[in-house]
Write a protein of this length. Structure first.
Ligand code: FAD
Ligand code: FAD
Ligand code: SF4
Ligand code: SF4
Ligand code: FES
Lengths: 275, 461
């Protein structure tokens, strides 16, 4: 059993929780994730480690309420327990000194971006961050990420904050202005990572993305999380979740992530939530 | 007196009914039938059947107890060697193990050793299993990684020898393949749970959510434990490596079975994990895993459930009983076929498989005749779900995270017959050492390793 010791509402449907999990906290690295199961009947879902504290033995997760499990999780409060919480899973981010890096976060992808931004800055990189969301209310962790960024940009689809448009528009401007960019890291909706990779491919910039396929065990046993990278099948839970963005088959990932839409909808109706 | 040449039948659920439920297929022997079957045993002095049992059960010993009606004593004889008899009595490939060596095979069907073992295990479980008296603690601590049959057997035996044993399991429950792979209708989960409870009552502590190599490393375990046993199984699914394998509708057997068994997707939405099943399902492969997939598909409402296999029935690796049950239930076998590619519709949903007809040629390394393609024999059939059940490789998590560990060419941990690896104090057994094999071989390996570990920790000062 893993106890919730802190809870915050970050935006409309985005919640942050700090969970007591000393063994996971002892090993966690930026880029890794956990898998949790709320109770005996629950589904196993992966969430990125947004922050960790080895001293207090805690892990912070930030999640967008999209379906049955994330909404149910959102109803839990400080003092409640989660039945299973396993990690840290996956390979850590490739954190090193690249030079000038652009970190792009979209929607709830901003959460997993945060520890990477922090680590890249601490490794001596010049960090340019671009955060994007549909609208102002959905932006999270602005202050935290800005703190670790040398340059900081915001875009919203509706122009309610920062530049109106997409993160890729700002990325193009930044590339044109800076000349050399040594690495681009993008975490967010699949379509965003695809568009970002289309841009960086033209300039031949190393691009890392963090993929979010449907998972079950997280140990390489089921193959449900497989993604196609450079024409080869990889398991995101053990080989990833970070991959070379220029080589990922995003269309296949989008298709595979919609495999259970019908069933997921049914699960939500049952608990009376709207998806 | 002449011996009856055939085994007494074990009653089972009508195939027409059972394809609509997940209840167990065979019902097991009644007391009377068990006694009659036990009386078929000749009590051979040289006990040939025992040579076929990896966990060394005194087979004529427990059978003679049944024949005389002393079921409790029979249970004691079995439990002296086997911690999981209700499991092995159900899924052990006894035809090629103990029963394969039975003297009566010369004149007819062997004694139904597996069925009798199952009968006794069930009898004892209903009555409540006796827990052997604790021996004095050795003050030695052993870590066991993986709660599959290899790990559980090793842990149970070490506890009986007086050692303090902790099992570390990556998933949220025990059993390994017994829980996530083998379906409810073949091995009810409450039976696995009852046997795991017995192991816990022996004093074994099982800790879940522990991915060794990630949450804790083996090196860290050595700081706290005198020895480590690795029984992490062969969890890594193999692929056909043909075009279209990532289409929507193509599952590995492991994903399909894990969703249904461990996560109980067949009770969705009471349980949260979904499964999406089509109407026309093709399973690739012909081992136990494939039979489980094809039969599970029927129970989830498939109108057609095919098995596509490159060779013929004679080469199928599945237990005879599984093939028999699959046929009874209406699984359709397309033999001597080799898939070439999966074809999707414009949205990427699986709609067809193209395959080629094969014929048997010269024998290969394994002695089985090698299938060779017949040119120009390509055909397509409409399917909407494909289940890939062509085997699993050893789980790479621990092998990859350890320096100095000798690995075999399939990524398996190399051990000697007693479970020793290239690292002192590190032992391994089961599918992680042999590659995907059987429950009873995993249990046998766990048992031999327990003896080796016992000697090792006692010699350590
Ligand atoms: C490595 C990784 C890290 C992630 N990190 C975060 C994070 O930090 N914050 C966050 O909000 N989300 C994160 N996600 C996505 C998160 O796991 C899903 O939103 C969640 O599983 C949805 O479950 P649900 O029952 O609420 O919704 P559902 O209604 O079940 O599903 C909504 C959508 O979520 C996806 N999904 C469903 N089940 C799973 C599953 N078992 N595993 C993965 N995806 C699934 C599917 O695309 C689905 O269409 C991450 C995913 C991965 C793989
Ligand atoms: C569907 C199916 C049907 C089968 N049917 C039969 C049958 O009828 N008869 C038969 O004899 N055999 C059958 N088999 C084969 C048999 O189940 C296996 O040979 C046997 O389970 C192997 O036992 P094991 O203990 O070595 O490994 P497993 O049963 O695979 O258990 C390994 C355990 O280790 C855990 N683990 C893995 N990595 C880690 C880690 N890093 N840290 C912690 N824990 C970890 C896993 O989660 C798992 O619980 C079947 C297999 C399958 C898949
Ligand atoms: S465990 Fe298997 S081999 Fe041993 S007696 Fe039982 S059925 Fe036979
Ligand atoms: S070989 Fe057969 S008949 Fe002989 S003791 Fe064993 S089970 Fe009985
Ligand atoms: S989640 Fe099962 S293999 Fe990755």
């Amino acid at each position: 059993m893993y106890k919730i010791i802190e809870k915050k509402v970050l935006s409309e449907n985005v919640k942050q929780m700090t969970i007591q999990a000393p063994l996971v906290a002892g090993k966690a690295q930026p880029g890794q994730f956990i898998i949790l199961r709320i109770d005996e009947k629950g589904e196993r879902i992966p969430l990125t480690i947004a922050d960790f504290d080895r001293k207090s033995g805690t892990i912070t997760i930030i999640f967008l309420e999209v379906g049955k499990t994330t909404q149910q999780l959102g109803t839990l409060n400080v003092g409640d327990v989660i039945e299973n919480f396993v990690g840290p899973l996956g390979m850590p981010s490739e954190v090193k000194k690249y030079g000038t890096v652009v970190c792009i976060g979209g929607g709830v992808g901003i959460a997993p971006l945060y520890p990477v931004v922090k680590a890249l800055r601490e490794a001596g990189n010049y960090v340019i961050s671009i955060l994007g969301a549909k609208t102002q209310n959905l932006l999270i962790l602005e202050k935290e990420i800005q703190l670790y960024s040398n340059e900081f940009y915001i875009t919203t689809d509706d122009g309610s904050k920062g530049q109106k448009g997409f993160v890729s528009d700002v990325l193009k401007q930044v590339i044109d202005k800076k000349g050399t960019i040594n690495m681009v890291m993008a975490i967010g909706p699949i379509i965003m990572m695809k568009v970002v990779s289309d841009v960086t491919r033209k300039y031949n910039i190393k691009t890392l993305v963090s993929l979010n396929p449907i998972m079950i065990d997280g140990t390489g046993m089921c193959g449900g999380c497989r993604v196609s990278v450079d024409g080869k099948t990889k398991f995101a839970c053990v080989d990833g979740p970070e991959f070379d963005g220029l080589k990922v088959d995003y269309d296949n990932l989008m298709l595979r992530n919609r495999r259970f839409v019908h069933e997921e909808g049914a699960a939500c109706k049952l608990v009376g939530v709207v998806q | 007196m002449s011996v009856r040449k055939t085994k007494y039948e074990m009653p089972e659920q009508d195939p027409k009914e059972r394809i609509h439920n997940f209840k167990e297929v065979p019902y097991g022997y009644s007391k009377e039938t068990a006694i009659e079957e036990a009386k078929r045993c000749l009590q051979c002095k040289n006990k040939p059947c025992m040579k076929g049992c990896p966990v060394e059960i005194d087979i004529p010993g427990f059978i003679s107890c049944i024949a005389s009606g002393d079921f409790e004593k029979a249970a004691e004889v079995i439990k002296a060697k086997n911690n999981l008899p209700a499991v092995s009595g159900r899924v052990c490939p006894y035809e090629s193990q103990c029963e394969g060596e039975c003297t009566i095979k010369k004149i007819g069907e062997p004694v139904g050793i597996g069925r009798l073992e199952r009968f006794i295990a069930d009898y004892e479980r209903v009555k409540g299993a006796k827990i052997p008296q604790k021996v004095t603690s050795s003050e030695k601590k052993v870590a066991v990684v993986g709660a599959g049959p290899a790990g559980l057997t090793c842990a149970g035996d070490l506890a009986k020898m007086g050692h303090t044993v902790t099992v570390f399991e990556a998933l949220h429950g025990p059993g390994g393949v017994l829980m996530y792979g083998i379906p409810e209708f073949r091995l009810p989960k409450k039976i696995v749970n009852a046997e795991v409870d017995y192991i816990k009552k022996l004093g074994v502590d099982i800790r879940y959510d522990m991915v060794i190599g990630k949450t804790i490393t083996v090196e860290e375990l050595f700081k706290e434990y005198d020895a480590v046993f690795v029984g992490t199984g062969a969890g890594l699914p193999n692929w056909l490596n043909i075009p279209g394998e990532n289409l929507d509708g193509v599952y590995s057997a492991n994903e399909f079975l894990t969703r249904i068994n461990l996560m109980r997707a067949y009770e969705f939405p009471t349980y949260d994990t979904p499964i999406k099943m089509g109407k026309i399902v093709a399973t690739f492969g012909a081992g136990n895993v494939a039979m489980d997939c094809a039969r599970t598909a029927l129970r989830l409402g498939a109108e057609k459930s095919y098995i596509l296999y490159r060779r013929t029935e004679a080469e199928m690796p599945a237990r005879i009983e599984e093939i028999h049950h699959a046929k009874q239930e209406g699984v359709e076998f397309k033999l001597l076929t080799n898939p070439l590619r999966f074809i999707g519709d414009v949205q990427g949903h699986l709609v067809e498989v193209e395959y080629q007809k094969m014929q048997l040629g010269e024998p290969d390394d394994s002695g089985r005749r090698r299938p060779v393609p017949i040119p120009g024999s390509e055909e397509k059939i409409h399917i909407d779900t494909a289940l890939i059940a062509i085997g699993q490789s050893p789980n790479p998590l621990i092998p990859k995270s350890m320096k100095g560990l000798t690995l075999g060419k399939h990524g398996n941990i190399v051990t000697d017959d007693d479970g020793k690896t290239s690292i002192p104090g590190l032992f391994a057994g089961g599918d992680i050492a042999t590659g995907a094999a059987t429950v009873i071989l995993a249990m046998g390996a766990g048992k031999r390793a327990a003896r080796t570990i016992d000697a090792y920790v006692k010699a350590k000062k």
